[in-house]
Unconditional design. Structure first.
Lengths: 355, 269
């Protein structure tokens, strides 16, 4: 360090000016070369980001990411699966009334989700004691408001359908209750499994709003995949209709994944790189191509091998569906941290992290 | 009732942060921590749940002749950032409890006794202003000093500003004042002054206008902010299609349920 000191004292007269001048030198060097060579004075994170039309305000974020706890992506998964299960339950009740087991299990998956979903959402609230404020108004412009009302409607009808099914003992007025509540829960289930796509899509977060068209279809397919898989794991792995649905879901997920991968827009980067990218990609693989191949090989012959393959596909789909939602929320967070999309900044080489 | 606005002028700001302090004192905003961010002398960093005014420090190239700068020293521009109080406010539209309302002065106000902390306003703000407090759990941002305006006073930040960099008044008058100020500055040789007032975007204008030295992007002001509700139409249409495919797919799968289902493409979405 002795050399540096000599250079310092030669540089100028007074000590304060000398320091200012030296700081200036370092800045210029950093600006021109992208790095400061001298040992011991290299600032962490060089090259410096500046406040400019190319960097925004020192590269600091313009937007704020979702403040949600892990309960919210968990809810996106549970709500999606429950909504789809209610649809399966009502359709099975209509078209396959002889399969009492399947109807019962589908109704119970829906009802369980109907109980868990509000609990997850309430525990994420900053003030859980005020959860009823969600029902203070109905705002068509707020997907969160529409979703809250949909969830309430779904939860009550899905729970009613499951209880009516359990207590009806073969007919009577409870059967009417079960069918009516089941049909309604299926209807609200369609909303529950799809609105979450609008919830994320209609925001200021680039990675989400660029996908506002895809997200509802993506989340619906993910929900159907999860519901089918939960039912298969519950012992319906030889039901052919479920495998058809599983194939349709896995095919949709594969197409969604491919379209995201193919998109070169900068807003898509958090879905393909970094931690959020890995979660989204692994989630996509587990709920798209992998179960698709397994299900096509398995068919629905009901043979021991087919059942085993479908159970593996089912486990993979459930894990994939859960990871997918985690990935999208994480991608939203990463997307909010990058100012280049909202500020329309020119493309630039990746800079070292400054925080 | 007068519709009011802020006009914050970076050419007059001296970076004293009196606005930050006055805001905190009047509104009893908690401390927002202290961390050297190492990028400039601005250690407030960003607006947030406990930061409703934020003085930005923009270091520029040396500008000899302006304000007596030495040819060797960097120039400095400051700008006190604040909630934009959008005409079409993303946070207000997104709020599911009706906690966020429009006041009679045109400002956007969170009723703290209604907010339940769902956090959806946070991702709906195109300016990244509103934030959920991890301690309190609710969302907070600039109130536009609604209480002071009710009492006929000016907001605390505008009152405290020693250089009249923060002006407060009727929005139409301030818009005219901004244009006049920019012409005045341009006549004096400052060619890089801009008024930030995104009236052409879906946000439809703001109640916090800014005069900046240099591109407004330098101050993290987005050139084309969009209120997220513009995406609702496409989103709900897509949700409708998704729900339709989901129902049709399930019906088809169960209609064909008796057969070997491996090759069925019926249930596709």
């Amino acid at each position: 360090m002795g050399n540096t000191d000599t250079r310092f004292s030669q540089a100028s007269g007074g000590w304060p000016l000398m320091r200012e001048e030296r700081l200036q030198q370092i800045r210029r060097e950093a600006q021109d070369l992208g790095i400061v060579q001298q040992k011991g004075i290299r600032p962490v994170g060089a090259p410096f980001l500046q406040a400019s039309a190319e960097h925004g305000y020192y590269g600091l974020p313009v937007l704020k990411g979702p403040p949600w706890t892990p309960e919210v992506p968990a809810y996106l998964f549970v709500g999606g699966a429950a909504g789809a299960a209610a649809v399966i339950g009502s359709v099975a009740g209509l078209l396959a009334p002889s399969d009492r087991q399947l109807i019962r299990d589908a109704r119970w998956v829906a009802a369980l989700g109907a109980v868990i979903s509000p609990a997850l959402l309430v525990s994420d609230l900053g003030m859980p004691s005020r959860f009823l404020n969600m029902l203070r108004v109905f705002k068509i412009h707020s997907p969160m408001s529409v979703g809250s009302w949909t969830l309430v409607a779904f939860s009550s009808t899905a729970a009613a359908a499951a209880f009516a099914h359990s207590f009806r003992n073969g007919g009577g007025s409870l059967r009417v209750v079960e069918n009516a509540a089941g049909a309604l829960s299926g209807l609200f289930g369609l909303g529950l499994a799809t609105y979450t796509g609008v919830l994320l899509g209609a925001t200021a977060i680039p990675a989400w709003y660029e996908n506002v068209r895809v997200l509802p279809v993506h989340f619906a397919a993910s929900g159907v995949g999860a519901a089918v898989s939960l039912l298969e794991l519950k012992g319906h792995a030889s039901n052919p209709a479920l495998n058809t649905l599983g194939i349709a879901s896995a095919l949709t997920e594969t197409l969604v994944g491919a379209s995201v991968e193919a998109n070169k827009k900068p807003a898509f980067a958090p879905l393909k790189s970094g931690r959020s990218g890995w979660i989204t990609r692994i989630g996509g693989l587990l709920s798209g191509p992998l179960p698709l191949v397994l299900r096509l090989i398995a068919g629905s012959s009901g043979s021991e091998r087919s059942v085993r393959l479908r159970r593996i596909a089912a486990a993979s789909t459930v894990a994939g569906s859960l990871l997918t939602r985690q990935g999208w929320v994480a991608a939203g967070r990463a997307s909010a941290e990058n100012p280049s999309v909202p500020l329309e900044l020119p493309a630039r080489p990746a800079l070292a992290q400054t925080t | 009732m007068k519709v009011t606005a802020f006009l914050t002028d970076s050419t007059l700001c001296i970076g004293c942060k009196a606005c930050e302090v006055a805001c905190k004192e009047w509104n009893e905003v908690p401390a927002d921590g202290f961390a050297w961010q190492g990028l400039s002398y601005d250690n407030t960093v960003a607006l947030g749940h406990a930061t409703w005014r934020h003085v930005q420090f923009v270091e520029g190239n040396p500008q000899p002749g302006h304000g007596g700068n030495s040819p060797d020293l960097l120039s400095w521009a400051f700008l006190s950032d604040v909630c934009k109080h959008c005409e079409n406010a993303g946070c207000l539209e997104a709020c599911p409890t009706g906690s966020i309302v429009r006041t009679e002065f045109g400002g956007v106000y969170i009723q703290p006794d209604v907010c339940n902390g769902c956090g959806y306003c946070v991702v709906s703000c195109p300016f990244g202003v509103i934030e959920r407090s991890p301690d309190d759990g609710r969302a907070f941002k600039c109130t536009f000093c609604y209480d002071r305006q009710k009492a006929g006073l000016h907001p605390a930040c505008a009152t405290a500003c020693p250089t009249e960099s923060i002006k407060f008044g009727e929005i139409g008058e301030l818009r005219e004042e901004a244009e006049a100020r920019v012409s005045e500055l341009k006549a004096k040789g400052f060619d890089d002054v801009h008024v930030y007032d995104p009236r052409d975007s879906s946000v439809g204008g703001v109640h916090a206008l800014f005069i900046t030295r240099g591109d407004p992007k330098t101050y993290n002001l987005p050139p084309r902010p969009e209120v997220p509700t513009v995406r609702l139409g496409v989103g709900w249409k897509s949700a409708g299609v998704a729900a339709g495919l989901m129902l049709a797919g399930t019906l088809l799968a169960f209609l064909g349920g008796g057969h070997k289902a491996g090759g069925h493409a019926d249930g596709q979405y």
